[in-house]
Design a protein around this ligand. Structure first.
Ligand code: NAD
Length: 547
């Protein structure tokens, strides 16, 4: 594990108020004497295990998920080691609280539940002094930044500066799932206003209560931020997160060859979805090229997934044109076809020759896809007739309802299994509990980006790569799919259990770092044992003696 920056010298109350160093009641007798803590803590010295038990008792007593979220965020602000120990040892229980779906409600209510700031808020009024703000951050060895402008938070739309819950939550997952040290993580919100009328009128809204900045002034702010990061945190990777889709594609296109950056909504989602598809192929027993994909939603997630599937198809020997013909899209106006005149640039490669179709079910009947990928943010759109049609057309229909949070899912796990008579290979964006159908338990896969981005981030850090490439997401997808066991598949589970996430992330990181060395994207010399080098970077949330 990398040592965190030198914060030694802190004593007494300052130490108790520092979430990185605080151990609360677990400070030992000797530490209490040496660090001026005597009298500031109750007498009984706890172990970290004892503290974990107390935290779990507290969380489980709370009756709503948002209360649990507030409790966990407050714990993170008091004692990070304890927070991560709790999260890492109980990931299946905690991940839906610190990330989707509960983080969505956390963002919607951000101004109302706000306790303590975390991360860096850069408003458009800070143009010209962004470097100064970056220097105000207390840690210097920043390696992973997650930045949003809050315009498209999950499937919930424009939440302005309230979107900060997402960078905070995602970086918690970088630490919990891949062991990236908390002090190497920096959440950032570019507060460029919001067009959300409810927030604009809310006196407790925390952001700049003005309409969104657009155009050259917006681009200048983003550029000042990116170049500022390159100067002040030269080893940092910038993950673009939950930008509105026009900006997301534009920014990724502009910066991907200029900075160490990627967009998780486009590239990370693609990685996790393709991994799910590769696992599904082990169930259907055929090749990627035997499939036809129909997407509901042609935004960041959909186009990102489509592009990576095209990469996979080309690996099987197809030409790009043949591969693109395997991917079809329906957006809010209907099937994406050549005759449409309203298509933005990222949809054009998928505008195929076909009569216009405005109805999703009609598109299913006409195209006869083998797989549906729901990334529209529109709930209940995989209707009973749609799922029944897929079950009629396919022995094992692939149904991925990826829209988040749960309330936006295109269908539920239960609907997918019952309407397809137990034949669907199903994954969702937010978690669903296992479903019993005709006496058999089906375990839905969660196509959670957390299977991919923490490992990719760790690989980026471990190799000090200068760029993050699509090929890295492709190898990440393959690595993830290879880690799904036969037992997992037997239960219908197309992703590994979250309990194995640290090993999954380490394997992905090793594959990504390997690629960075192979492609000459780093000036670092290649460690003799890359896997061991990756593992050596990983933070453990146990207390260290003497601090
Ligand atoms: P986006 O805004 O970029 O794209 C949304 C797309 O849906 C657009 O193409 C839009 O035209 C289309 N759409 C809207 N209404 C529609 C309708 N009624 N019928 C058909 N299409 C419609 O958003 P995005 O980043 O692509 O995210 C979309 C959804 O996917 C969100 O809910 C997000 O939470 C989810 N998502 C899930 C994962 C995951 O599960 N791993 C990852 C990323 C995004």
């Amino acid at each position: 594990m990398r040592p965190h920056p030198d914060l030694h010298g802190k004593r007494g109350v300052d130490l108790l108020h520092d979430p990185v160093l605080n151990k609360g009641t677990a400070f030992t007798e000797a530490e209490r004497d040496r660090l001026g803590l005597r009298g500031l803590l109750p007498a009984r010295v706890s172990t970290q295990e004892g503290q974990v038990a107390r935290v779990l008792e507290n969380i489980r007593r709370k009756t709503s998920d948002i209360e649990k979220y507030i409790f966990l965020i407050s714990l993170q602000d008091r004692n990070e080691n304890l927070f991560y120990r709790v999260v890492m040892e109980n990931l299946e229980e905690m991940m839906p609280l610190i990330y989707t779906p509960t983080v969505g409600q956390g963002c919607q209510e951000f101004g109302h539940i706000f306790r303590r700031p975390r991360g860096l808020y850069i408003t458009y009024k800070d143009r010209g002094r962004v470097r100064q703000l970056l220097r105000n951050w207390p840690y210097r060895d920043i390696r992973m930044i997650v930045v949003t402008d809050g315009e498209r938070i999950l499937g919930l739309g424009d939440l302005g500066a309230n979107g900060m819950g997402i960078p905070v939550g995602k970086l918690s997952l970088y630490t919990a799932c891949a062991g990236i040290h908390p002090t190497q993580c920096l959440p950032v919100t570019l507060d460029v206003g919001t067009n959300n009328e409810t927030l604009l009128k809310d006196p407790l809204y925390i952001g700049v209560p003005e309409r969104r900045l657009r155009g050259a002034a917006y681009d200048e702010l983003v550029d000042e931020f990116v170049t500022g990061v390159q100067e002040i945190f030269p080893k940092a990777c910038i993950q673009l997160e939950d930008f509105g889709n026009t900006n997301a594609f534009r920014l990724l296109h502009h910066y991907r060859n200029r900075a160490c950056t990627f967009d998780d909504d486009i590239q990370g989602t693609a990685g996790v979805a393709l991994a799910g598809v590769y696992s599904a192929l082990r169930i259907t027993g055929d090749k990627l090229s035997d499939h036809k994909f129909l997407f509901l939603g042609a935004g960041e997630a959909g186009i990102g997934i489509g592009d990576l599937i095209v990469t996979g198809l080309m690996e099987e020997g197809m030409t790009e044109a043949e591969a693109r013909l395997k991917c079809w899209f329906v957006d809010s106006k209907g099937l994406v076809v050549q005759s449409r005149t309203d298509l933005v640039e990222h949809k054009l490669p998928y505008a195929h020759d076909h009569v216009s179709v405005t109805d999703f079910q009609a598109a299913v009947e006409s195209l006869k896809p083998t797989a549906l990928i729901g990334v529209s943010g529109m709930p209940r759109t995989f209707t009973k007739p749609v799922v029944e049609a897929m079950a009629r057309l396919n022995r094992r229909p692939i149904l991925f309802a990826l829209s988040n949070p749960t309330s936006k899912s295109e269908c539920t796990a239960e609907e997918a299994y019952t309407w397809s008579e137990g034949r669907a290979i199903f994954a969702s964006g937010s978690p669903f509990p296992p479903v019993m159908y005709k006496g058999k338990a089906f375990v839905p896969g969660q196509g959670n980006n957390a299977y991919i981005f923490p490992g990719v981030g760790l690989g980026v850090i471990a190799s000090e790569t200068a760029r993050v490439t699509d090929e890295m997401f492709f190898v990440a997808a393959k690595t993830l799919a290879d880690l799904v066991t036969e037992d997992d598949l037997g239960e219908g589970r197309i992703y590994p259990s979250l309990t194995r996430i640290r090993d999954v992330s380490a394997a992905i990181a090793t594959a990504v770092a390997n690629l960075a060395f192979q492609r000459g994207l780093t000036t670092m010399s290649r460690p003799v044992n890359l896997a061991a080098h990756v593992k050596a970077q990983m933070y453990e949330p146990t207390y260290k003696e003497g601090r």
